[in-house]
Design a protein around this ligand. Sequence first.
Ligand code: GBH
Length: 446
Amino acid sequence: MLPPADSVLWQKNFLLGAATAAYQIEGASSADGRLPSIWDTFSATPGKVLAGDTGEVACDHYHRWEEDVALLDMLQVDAYRLSIAWPRVMTADGQPNQAGIAFYRQLLQALRARGMKTFVTLYHWDLPQHLEDQGGWTNRATAFRFAEYADMISRELAGLVDAWATLNEPWCSAWLGYGNGHHAPGKQEVKLATQAMHHLLLGHGLAMAHLRANDPSAQAGIVVNVGHASTTGSRAADRRAAELFEVQNNQWVLDPLLKQRYPAALWELWPDAQPQVEAGDMAIIGAPLDYLGINYYFRSNVVSDGGHGYTEVPLEGVERTQMGWEVYPDGLRHLLVSFKHDYPHLPPVYITENGMASDDKVVDGEVNDSQRISFFNRHLAAVDQAVKAGVDVRGYFIWSLLDNFEWAFGYERRFGIVHVDYATQKRTPKRSARLVQQFLAERRSK
Ligand code: GBH
């Protein structure tokens, strides 16, 4: 993994980090007063998660965090991105739960003591179940509960965080959670999804003000997932289908954040699903960001569904990962360059997630994840190209530090650069982790 000499990766201020999320690694789902989240409920519902897996134990990071910090220290990454479990740090009546907060305080202190920058996401999908019982993100009140949580936790942890993110991938919370039901809470209604999105974004905007007031030296932003679409169809309707895919996946979130409006084309796709928006909401949502976190994984090929929408038609003969996702690095370059063009107010960007799953096995104490190494090399080259095209990208986080609970796919899909044997909780750095470590050592010696 040695990039070309002129790559932005050699610049010491270009952050190379690793990322995780609370529910996917922590386990200890009822320790120290942690309340149930929608993912505890969802994963306990038969048929929702592959093999009936849950996050009850996961990587047991809640108890093994020191070992995991030592792994990060061994890799010598510049930064670590983690998320805070809302149900761990706040009681049902909105008070701080000091036992849960202490966990994050000691973790952040340990990371800081080892010279790592801390990127902290407030919400990576684990809504307290008691809020879902009152309608979850479809209830406007949840946006205000989220803002209270952001206020409380940013007071408690002020000074320990380099960059806050309000939400991870609101598209997934809204669409997978309330639209197609693949994720918790498993609702399936477009109208619920658009309303949930509006409340997620409103919660984000309200939270931003608290983050800035309580921790003025930290950066504050949001993390979004983006997708790129191609079409193999030859009709104008097919090209429009590819555009609408990107409207649904990208502009639905980015336009409110960066242009203070929903894209009109969204209502071409969903004519009867406009959310209720109150006066002043869009200005709150569109408050300036210090940075935008972008998570990119793959490209989708679509054609027109004959009506106003699109259907996916998988490309044949392309490289795919264990998830079945196409490996398409140029999609990342393409999207970054097009965002710079489409959004005059695009803030500095961090790639907050990029990575792939493979069916990795430990053989003689080693894991040879050669597809992942090639994946990283090619996506980092795509980021470098975007930087050279003028996009202000300041860092890149590998998804993920550890193999972990891959949501609806449970433990079957391995995204880590460190292998986890779930029977013993033994961590084994894969070859990709060794190469990251070597590259960073080489960069430091220059
Ligand atoms: C990220 O989301 C998550 O932030 C992270 O927690 C997760 O582990 C990682 O990716 C790997 O999956 O319409 O049901 O076919 C990735 C977001 C996932 C968005 C797949 C688009 C298509 C889902 N992407 N998704 S579906």
